[in-house]
Design a binder for this molecule. Sequence first.
Ligand SMILES: *[C@@H]1O[C@H](CO)[C@@H](O)[C@H](O)[C@H]1NC(C)=O
Ligand SMILES: *[C@@H]1O[C@H](CO)[C@@H](O)[C@H](O)[C@H]1NC(C)=O
Length: 434
Amino acid sequence: MISIPQTTSFILALATLLETALASDNGLALTPQMGWNTWNTFACNINEDTILGAAKALKKLKLDEYGYHYVVMDDCWSLHQRNATGYLQYDPVKFPKGIKHLADEIHALGLGFGMYSSAGRYTCGRYPGSLNFEEKDADLFAEWEVDYLKYDNCHNEGQSGTPLISYNRYEVMSRALNKTGRPILYSMCNWGEDSPWDWAPTIANSWRMSGDIVNVFDRYDDRCPCDDYICRLPGHHCSIMNIINKAAPLGQKAHTGAWNDLDMLEIGNDNLDYEEQKLHFSIWAMVKSPLIMGHDIMHTSKQTLEILTNKDIIDLSQGNWGVAYRSYKKEHSQLWLQDSKDKSGNIVVALINNGDKDDDFSIHFEDIFLDEWDRRKVGYQVTDLWTKEDLGVVKHKLKVKVKRHGIFVGKLAFAGDPNVKPKVKKYHAEPDEL
Ligand SMILES: *[C@@H]1O[C@H](CO)[C@@H](O)[C@H](O)[C@H]1NC(C)=O
Ligand SMILES: *[C@@H]1O[C@H](CO)[C@@H](O)[C@H](O)[C@H]1NC(C)=O
């Protein structure tokens, strides 16, 4: 028997400790995750048929070919009691063949399967939560071959209020998931409490940054009382514009494998008009939020499908683009920018008209090329990413018509003499690229 000196064994123990992992080391969500979740359409009325039906519809619509991969089962899948050895039990009426069978069927379609729990005593629907049962639950999820965990914040027994308290609670599940040995995408849902963008990137693949979304374009509602991202009561019934305004400064905190989650998509649900839905989808893609559909996918309209499958907009989420940022916010309009990460110097410009009438806007190059002054002097060829129209070469400013509650999203490509190509600043490196 070899005796290891005490210092060596201490170093070994330390090394083992440091090795215990971070969810962002799970190799997942290298681009923001895409998929579908049961909640916005079915709430608690889920069962094997609804979920498998949705998975098959996703496949039939070929949405997987656009990147929609995960089928996520939200709350209300379990029984109200753990079993005698402390494990969660699925509801055998809703899932007569069990969850593993459901996962197998979803995998057979080439899709990923998502599971739900809460970092609390109960889930939001008052089923047993995973707080203090993290390892047991993670093991069970891994045994069922789950690929994704949405992890909520209800009934957290007061374990919030400082970033460290929240971090510690969510980190336990991150560690438990890693310990299973199965790569499981970790989607934190703590509604932006205690500024998760500051501490979640090393433990999770995404974190919600606001209270729950509602399919309303822009309306104050006391159930979602905050206008700002620092918020003591995140709530729910947060409108599309409310979430966009909270998300605007947070893009700088996102990086590969670690994304701000603006909540599930309301595309294809009632109430939002065509323009509002295109605006919603564009900004979610540009800020690299997960793109998780929430509509009744088995009854997807042509218009809904058209929005959800706009390849140019999806590319802003999944392609070689940085995270979008806001150039200005006026009373009835906002300008958003998204830089290409390659050397082309291409830039995407999005003008939101949140006013109540169709309007004309001039977008000045001073507001587009914020840091690189010499780029304001040359011309750019402009393509509208929704109409696919070529708008020709523009200089100094770009004039656009934008419908009420609509958005213009245009790609600007340098169109000058290649010999006088203006210097393009190196793309601001993300933390994981340093
Ligand atoms: C667990 O964490 C380690 C270290 O960060 C990482 O190399 C490994 O891929 C992770 N495993 C899983 C299953 O997430
Ligand atoms: C509780 O559930 C786990 C996981 O499904 C199972 O392995 C265990 O046998 C169950 N315990 C009892 C007492 O039924």
